[in-house]
Design a protein around this ligand. Structure first.
Ligand code: NAD
Length: 338
């Protein structure tokens, strides 16, 4: 049994904690909070052992929220820590984890050069086996790595160009925007997202550009790939349909955008309306000789969650890629009726 601590119980941390609890080979030994907010109360309600940073003990006591101890005490019993604190904090926290000899997984907000290995289960699971500090790449890079890996394996890739239409904020961030703009983010081209994908797929030529728009639901990628070998739409769709973390959706079934996808996730009874899979629109897949075009949607709050679970197994060398991904897919209920 792998004892897992989750430091930082926010958007990503609370989802990773729920997924850890579903794994037969993992035990959630604690989650941590800095503030006594509704998420802290929910963690207690779910009977997750709650730990707090030393400086916040009084505020939790004043709020009447019971906790087990401090973050340091939580880490005492951990085989692995998943750090899901805000960007930049994770790598700073690593000094503490390293001092205690605990293998650490941080998130995509940390710089790629600050870790031993960047991780995507489909692209490079083996690279993180037995490492001490592993970074699960960002939601956008996760979505692109899942798409590009099977295409590279099957047809070879000359060049990828992606426009990322990014959600302005997560639903729980009412103070962030834009609310009436399309922001060039960043304005320089190509954007930093391509190099981030290369941290897990170093041999792919990829250029990206990114815009931020007024939605909280999901990102949309406009993808153009130049293949090494030509193919047909049928073969491309067959390949993508065979991937457990890619779901083909159809506009003709009424899913014409990301609101339709959110409705689908809620109809399926997904926790928090989460879509862990990339969603690729069947009708959008256009293939002419070596050129492929498609649209895919990425649920930013959700797609990195199964990857964190696989990263835990990789870092402690529990099992191989295929076994880990199948177990994660089965326990989380990936597949949407496939
Ligand atoms: P968040 O702000 O929703 O959650 C962070 C949590 O960490 C909060 O509960 C905060 O109180 C807590 N925290 C802050 N400082 C702490 C500390 N020193 N010790 C313990 N807890 C602390 O952030 P998030 O969106 O979950 O992002 C976490 C990481 O995941 C970032 O690296 C981010 O880039 C990455 N990520 C986020 C998304 C997304 O869409 N939200 C997607 C993929 C990856």
């Amino acid at each position: 049994m792998i004892n897992v601590a989750v430091n930082g119980y926010g958007t990503i941390g609370k989802r990773v904690a729920d997924a850890v609890v579903q794994q037969p080979d993992m035990k959630l030994i604690g989650v941590s909070k800095t503030r006594p907010n509704h998420e802290a109360k929910t963690a207690v309600g779910k009977k997750y052992p709650l730990y707090v940073i030393k400086e916040s003990k009084k505020s939790f006591t004043d709020a009447g929220i019971e906790f087990e101890g401090t973050v340091e005490e939580m880490l005492d019993g951990a085989d692995v820590v998943v750090d899901a604190t805000p960007s930049g904090v994770g790598v700073r926290n690593y000094e503490l984890y390293k001092g205690m000899g605990i293998p650490t997984i941080v998130q995509g907000g940390e710089a790629k050069d600050s870790v031993e290995s960047s991780f995507n289960a489909r692209a490079n699971f083996e690279n993180s086996i037995g490492k001490n500090l592993v970074r699960v790449v960002s939601c956008n890079s996760t979505g692109l790595a899942r798409l590009l890996t099977p295409i590279e394996e099957t047809f070879g890739i000359d060049q990828v160009r992606v426009t990322l239409i990014r959600r302005g904020a997560d639903p729980g961030q009412p103070g962030k925007g834009p609310i009436n703009d399309v922001i060039l983010d960043p304005v320089y081209l190509p954007s930093h997202h391509g190099p981030d994908v290369k941290s897990v797929l170093p041999n792919i030529n990829i250029d990206t550009l990114a815009l931020k728009v007024p939605t909280t639901l999901m990102h949309v990628h406009v993808v153009n790939i130049t293949l090494k070998k030509d193919t047909s739409k049928e073969d491309m769709c067959k390949l993508l349909s065979g991937e457990s973390r890619i779901h083909m959706v159809a506009a003709e079934e009424g899913i014409k955008g990301i609101a339709g996808l959110k409705e689908l996730a809620l109809d399926l009874g997904r926790p928090r309306g989460d879509l862990w899979e990339n969603c690729v629109w069947d009708e959008s897949v256009s293939v002419k000789d070596e050129e492929v075009y498609l649209f895919q949607a990425i649920h930013q709050e959700a797609d990195v969650v199964p990857e964190n679970i696989d990263a835990i197994r990789a870092i402690v060398n529990e099992c191989g890629q295929g076994e880990s991904m199948s177990l994660t897919d089965k326990t989380m209920g990936m597949g949407m009726g496939r």
